[in-house]
Ligand binder design. Structure first.
Ligand code: AMP
Ligand code: MG
Length: 422
C-alpha cells in the first residue's frame, strides 16, 4: 500500500503540479519524525546536536549569593546618610575575593571590601561599586542614593536546583554548552546524528581533479550540499556522481536507503529528465514529484525509500541551495530531534525595482546594507539559478511572497538573513 502518497493525495488542496512553498513545508514537517536512537556523550560532543532528555539543574547557579561588581558589600539599613551631604561612613571589616570566602561575620555598621564573584556574607544585601565609594583609611564613605539589592547576584537567579535547565529537543549551541558546564554537567543524552547520503546525478558532471571535457561542468552541488549538511551536524556519506543510467541510479538509491536516514540528490528531476527517475523512484519507494510554485527550484522529489527519506533536489546550483534551506533544513532539524521554528523574517526597503510574477514565491539573493543608518536590501546582480556567485555575494534571501507582483524601489520586502541559517 502506498501510504505516504495516499496521505498526500487525500489532502483537500493537494496539487503536486502547483504546490505553494508554505504548503510543501507543512507537508514535509507533518510527515518526518526524529530518527530513533540516542547516545550519551561528553558535553562538548553535543555541539550542533539535540538533547534527548531534559537536563535538571543539579544545583543553583550561581551556587552562592555573590557580588556582580568590585566594591563594598553593605547592609542597606546601615546607610543612614548621617554624614555631610547624606554620606554614610562605615568601618571596613576586610576583603572578600572570588573563590576565597570571607570567613568572619560582618557586624552591623561595617562594610566588606568585595570583588566580583566573591560570596556576599550573610546579612549584607547591597553592593556599592568602588567607583562611587571613597576609601579613607580603615573606613569607607558611601554616597547617598544606593538601591537595596543593587549589584547583588542571588544564588539560583540564573538556574534553580531541581528545575529543568534545558528541555529535550533543544539544539545545543555554544550558549547551551556553556550553560551545561555551569551546572557541572559532564555528559548529556543526545539524539544520534542523522546519517545523510548525498549524490549528484548527471552525465555532464566532472569530478574535481579531472580536466573538464567539452560540455562538462564540475560537480559543485555535492560540495555545497556537503557543506550545508556538515554545518548542521549530520554524518555525511558522499556517494559521488551517479550517471543518468537507471541501473546505476537504482543501485545508488538502494545502497543509500540501506545505510542512511536521509538521501539528498541533485539533478535529474526536471521535466526533460524526470521520466525514468520518476518510474524508478516510484518502483523503489513512495516518492511524490512536486512542481513547487517557486523560483528557483520548481521541480523537487520528496518521499521515502525503505526507511530513508528522500529529497531529489533540482540540478541548478542555486536551486539546490534554496530548496535545501527551505525544505531539507527544517526536515533535517526535525529528524535531529528538534521542533523547527520558522526562520525569522525581517521587513526592509528594497533599493532596486524587482520583477516578480504573482503566483509563486521567489527567493532572490540579496545583500543587506546600511544607508544613513537604515538597513536596506539590494539583489546581488544576475539571479539565474545557475549563478552560484549570487549566493556567495548574498547575506540574505529576499523572499517575494506567492501573491506579490513587481516591487518598486523603496517598497518593503521580506528578507531572511543567511547568517545563523545553519
Ligand atoms: P538537471 O536538473 O539535472 O536538468 O540539471 C540542471 C542544470 O544543473 C544543468 O545545467 C546541470 O548541468 C546543472 N547541474 C546538475 N547537477 C549539477 C552539479 N552536481 N553541479 C553543478 N551543476 C549541476
Ligand atoms: Mg541532469
Amino acid at each position: 500500500m502506498n501510504s505516504l502518497l495516499q496521505t498526500l493525495s487525500c489532502l483537500d488542496d493537494y496539487d503536486p503540479n502547483s504546490l505553494p512553498v508554505s504548503r510543501a513545508q507543512e507537508l514535509i514537517l507533518s510527515l518526518v519524525a526524529p530518527v530513533p536512537g540516542f547516545e550519551r556523550a561528553f558535553v562538548r560532543l553535543g555541539l550542533n546536536r539535540v538533547l534527548a532528555e531534559d537536563v535538571i539543574a543539579p544545583m543553583n547557579v550561581p551556587a552562592h549569593d555573590n557580588s556582580a561588581m568590585d566594591g563594598y558589600a553593605v547592609r542597606h539599613a546601615d546607610l543612614s546618610g548621617g554624614g555631610k551631604s547624606g554620606e554614610t561612613i562605615l568601618d571596613v571589616a576586610g576583603t572578600a575575593f572570588a573563590g576565597r570566602p570571607f570567613a568572619e561575620r560582618v557586624c552591623p555598621g561595617s562594610a566588606l571590601r568585595i570583588m566580583t564573584g566573591a560570596i556576599v556574607p550573610e546579612g549584607l544585601d547591597t553592593i556599592v561599586i568602588q567607583e562611587v565609594a571613597r576609601a579613607e583609611g580603615s573606613k569607607v564613605v558611601i554616597p547617598p542614593g544606593q538601591r537595596l539589592g543593587q549589584h547583588f547576584r542571588r544564588a539560583g537567579e540564573d538556574l534553580k536546583a531541581g528545575q529543568p535547565a534545558l528541555k529535550a529537543g533543544k539544539l545545543l549551541r555554544p550558549a547551551e554548552i556553556g550553560l551545561l558546564a555551569s551546572l557541572g554537567v559532564v555528559e548529556v543524552m543526545l539524539h544520534r546524528r542523522v546519517r545523510v547520503a548525498v549524490f549528484s546525478t548527471g552525465d555532464e558532471l566532472c569530478p574535481l581533479g579531472s580536466p573538464l571535457q567539452a560540455g562538462q561542468v564540475y560537480d559543485s552541488n555535492r560540495y555545497t550540499l556537503w557543506g550545508m549538511l556538515e554545518r548542521l551536524g549530520c554524518e555525511v556519506l558522499d556517494m559521488g556522481v551517479v550517471r543518468d543510467d537507471p541501473q546505476a541510479l537504482e543501485a545508488a538509491l538502494l545502497s543509500a536507503a540501506a545505510s542512511c536516514d536521509l538521501i539528498v540528490t541533485s539533478g535529474g528531476v526536471s521535466v526533460g529528465e524526470a521520466d525514468f527517475v520518476r518510474e524508478l523512484m516510484a518502483r523503489l519507494g513512495e516518492v511524490a514529484f512536486w512542481k513547487i510554485a517557486m523560483k528557483p527550484g520548481r521541480p523537487m522529489a520528496f518521499g521515502k525509500i525503505g526507511d530513508s527519506w528522500l529529497f531529489g533536489l533540482p540540478g541548478n546550483p542555486v536551486a539546490v541551495m534554496v530548496t535545501f534551506y527551505q525544505f531539507v533544513r527544517p526536515a533535517l532539524l526535525k529528524l535531529m530531534g528538534m521542533s523547527p521554528e520558522p526562520l525569522p523574517i525581517f521587513r526592509v526597503a528594497s533599493s532596486a525595482n524587482l520583477k516578480k510574477a504573482a503566483g509563486r514565491t521567489e527567493f532572490l539573493r540579496g545583500r543587506l546594507f546600511q544607508e544613513k543608518g537604515e538597513w536596506r536590501v539590494q539583489p546581488t546582480g544576475a539571479q539565474g539559478s545557475g549563478i552560484l556567485r549570487s549566493m556567495s555575494e548574498a547575506n540574505c534571501f529576499i523572499v517575494l511572497e506567492h501573491e506579490r507582483g513587481n516591487v518598486a524601489a523603496g517598497e518593503l520586502v521580506s528578507v531572511q538573513a543567511m547568517d545563523g541559517l545553519v
